[in-house]
Design a protein around this ligand. Sequence first.
Ligand code: AMP
Ligand code: ZN
Length: 148
Amino acid sequence: MTSIAHDAACIFCKIIKGEIPSFKLIETQHSFSFLDIQPTAENHILIIPKYHGGKLHNIPDEFLADLLPVTKKLVKAIGCDQDGPDGPGYNILQNNGRIAHQEVDHVHFHLIPKKTKESGLIVGWPAQETDFAKLGQLHQELLAKLET
Ligand code: AMP
Ligand code: ZN
């Protein structure tokens, strides 16, 4: 961790360094994964970059590029890798900021098995009516920002 950004006060940096215990799973050069100690379902896992950053946009690409392959291995290990829409599922959740339900300010991806309606992630989804005119305007504005 010496040459990589870390925060001595951060609980997840401490877990990476082994200063506090964790139920460690896969560790790579860029990523670390472990069981969530307050799981919403059995096998609720956290996958984190070995780089301290509060939000996704703070994390260098090489760390982000490692996280999803590690997550895929874990999906297989917990037996959630059935193909097709039926049967056990899973959610990948990554919260940024208090208003978005982030409690630990070191980027983490939740891997949350979804086997029953009552366990795992329960989502509120305040979908609005489709408004093509509004979407078209927004699209143009975003494309202009992406060009700059
Ligand atoms: P979030 O709300 O997205 O910031 O989620 C933080 C997650 O970290 C929660 O699900 C906690 O249960 C989990 N957590 C906090 N401290 C620890 C710890 N020491 N070991 C494992 N998981 C933890
Ligand atoms: Zn940290």
